[in-house]
Design a protein around this ligand. Structure first.
Ligand SMILES: Nc1nc2c(ncn2[C@@H]2O[C@H](COP(=O)(O)OP(=O)(O)OP(=O)(O)O)[C@@H](O)[C@H]2O)c(=O)[nH]1
Ligand SMILES: [Mg+2]
Ligand SMILES: [Zn+2]
Length: 306
């Protein structure tokens, strides 16, 4: 006799999945046909997915259906890659963890992640991590750019405890994706907030100052204070998906606020006369760094299409 369970995917390795159900956590495979069902990403089932599982008499479990997602965060491995990858689904918010050094996170990566969160309607807070290792001036400069754009920025350090209580408060009662490059301290932060969790963290390799991909599979953990956090493997490239050039500026909140003052309703904010965005960049209302990112994304996407 076959039995059906519903549950939430809490760990995805690509070949098997852990699903939290009323009857405990089941280790499941997926049915071959599920892979073929018009899902465009390379990973058809992701952490956060609500799924139906079928158990057979041998005690084997298989995911047979995935409920429509309320949202998700998706990326291309690189701008030129055709493969898209969903990082997590059905989340209340994302925390983007950034270190300015040890290791250095590229501004381009930050802006692409933020654009994707805007496009897929995922609220995002930026965590400036390892503040004990950073130059105070660099932290202040970064914070100014992103707060002016409209983002919430928290400075955190597990070494000094700075910002940890605020992060805890932000996580409470919500399902949160934590993402960022490898070695920025995602797993360490989660373990600091909930020391009971069994999470592995890594050492930064001395020679490169880069992380070594300690976390290999995305995993959702329940927090003792309420809510869930999804710790993910570090990612490097973040290519945009399904975002047209013409709408890209909609996903820069600071351009969105100003762009309606442009002379032309279909202004691309690149070369047009009477462009309020270009004027704001010149006058300091919009960060030149963020505007550069915008131009670069337009350019990269063009290259991708050719
Ligand atoms: N000085 C300092 N070191 C930190 C801090 N947070 C994390 N680290 C160290 O940074 C290294 C990497 O931390 P992890 O938590 O494994 O990084 P991660 O982002 O989970 O990396 P991946 O799992 O590879 O994506 C470890 O050696 C941590 O001890 C911090 O606030 N200050
Ligand atoms: Mg980790
Ligand atoms: Zn314009």
């Amino acid at each position: 006799m076959e039995r059906l369970f519903s549950g939430t995917v809490i760990r995805a390795t690509g070949s098997w999945y852990e699903v939290a159900t009323d009857c405990g956590t089941l280790r499941c495979r997926i049915r071959g046909r599920l892979r073929l069902k018009g899902v465009r990403s390379t990973n058809p089932v992701v952490v956060g997915d609500r799924v139906t599982c079928e158990s057979d008499d041998n005690g084997d479990h298989a995911i047979v259906a995935v409920e429509p997602r309320t949202n998700y965060v998706i990326r291309r491995a690189s701008n030129l890659s055709k493969e898209s990858h969903i990082i997590a689904a059905n989340i209340d918010q994302a925390l983007l963890m950034v270190t300015l050094r040890h290791p250095e996170t590229a501004p381009e990566f930050v802006d692409r992640f933020l654009v994707t969160c805007e496009a897929y309607k995922v609220p995002v807070t930026i965590l400036l991590s390892k503040s004990d290792l950073q130059e105070p001036e660099a932290l202040a400069a970064f914070r100014a750019v992103y707060e002016t754009a409209g983002y919430r920025v928290l400075t955190v350090s597990v070494a000094t405890g700075e910002g940890v209580a605020e992060v805890e408060e932000t996580l409470r009662g919500r399902t949160t994706l934590i993402s960022g490059n490898s070695g920025v301290g995602k797993s360490t932060l989660v373990r600091t907030i909930d020391p009971a969790l069994d999470i592995r963290t890594g050492e930064i390799s001395e020679s490169h100052g880069k992380g070594r991909h300690t976390t290999t599979f995305s995993t959702m953990y329940p927090l003792s204070g309420g809510g869930h956090v999804i710790d993910t493997p570090g990612i490097k490239g973040f290519g945009l998906i399904d975002i047209d050039d013409g709408e890209l500026w909609h996903y820069f909140p600071e351009m969105m606020r100003i762009g309606r003052d442009c002379r032309f309703y279909n202004c691309t904010h690149t070369h047009e006369p009477g462009c309020a965005v270009v004027q704001a960049v010149a006058q300091g209302g919009i960060s030149p760094m963020r505007y550069e990112s915008y131009l670069k994304m337009l350019d990269d996407d063009d290259k991708y299409r050719k």
